[in-house]
Design a protein. Sequence first.
Length: 475
Amino acid sequence: MIGTRRPRDHRTRRPLDFAADLCRSGPPKHRFCVPSLHPACRISYAGPMSTAHPSLGVSRRVAELKPSVTVAFMNRAKTMKAQGLDVLSFAAGEPDFDTPQIVKDAAISALNQGMTKYMPTLGDPETRKAIADKLVRENHIATSADRIAISAGGKYSLFIACQCLFDFPAPSQAPLEALLPVPAWVSYVPMIELAGGKVVELPTDAVGDFKITPEQLRRAINPNTRLLMLNSPSNPCGTMYSPDELRALAQVVIEMSRTTAPGMVVISDELYEKITYGGIPHFSIGSIPEIAERTITVNGLSKAYAMTGWRIGYAAGVGDFGRRFIDAMGVLQGQMSTNITSFTYPAIRTALSSTANDVERMRQAFAQRAEVIFQRLQKLPGLRCPKPTGAFYAFPDVSAHFGKQSAGGHGVPGRRIASAMDFCEALLAEQHVAFVPGEDFGGCGSRCVRISFACSTDQINKGIDRLEQFLAGLR
């Protein structure tokens, strides 16, 4: 079954009709324009209004954005810790390791040498070439320096890419569609919808390791299909596609792009490519020649190199379309942020060329933690969890406990557990353990919780001990 998500009016919670919000009196450039600039447009403002100035407000598309549930639980855990509570947080998707010293030294040296001026929007030629060389050498993607866009994080690269793929439809047109296997990272949906696309969910389940099938993909593709979003290894699921599985999906895209969806593009989010440990080798779908030119590969340095705060991501294309697409990203980025911090470019080159041992050390640690948490979760009653094979997440189904009452703890009364959100709220309040509820990941995520094991083995064991105590108290 294929589901869809549509943005909702923040007041009525009814799905919004994008076409109804378009300017009906002017050309496409007036869509979502401000009435004072184009009086014929009568688009109402949304969001909280000022009592002193009732006409002031923020745009509807921003007012209706839902804050990240991942960030929300992470911040709540930090607040409780600041209050002196012994909170164990498994909410953040952030390695607990420090950035390799050699990378930090490269940035410090560049800063001391005065590398503090503007740089080309998409990055300096030397660093773009270093990324391209990495992709050719390790991922077998036939790209080049002029097909690389460096930006302020993988999230930023994905946002810009979506803006370059979609437009808001005219009143008489159907929106272009993005096929999204779910559960999926929470930011894909708002990114696509903010660009004017319509999200079509492709449901998966734990039995199939949260992976779509070629037949499922084939049924979903239609003439309005613009994008297939893939993320392997997966956040939040902690599973990944095998090379053969990706080749089978690519074959469907190849066939359907010839007959049904000629404008279809694949974005392959490969941020966790180096954090694999389940015996499945990472494979880049953009390395398949027949699909390479319609694939945009997105990656970054945050996860594999423990550089989340550096905000470094990149996108890569192939062929003529890949070059034109990256150029378009550059035009948009040039009107937004331009280049990333200048003195980080040497650090990028150093990370890609000189940190293999550090990356492997971290990968082995994640592999050990994955085994520990999987073995512990397997022994708990009512939890179903595929074995993690990539990234650093476990995604157990906790729905067997819906309908039960928690025992309470730390002076907090028990509560009825009717959802993953309830489960996580109760666990945090009563046992001081922070997981992320799965509702916002889509699909069967509403029955699951995400557990990040980017923390010590000692914390994992303490956290699962508390989870076990919480489950034992459910009635």
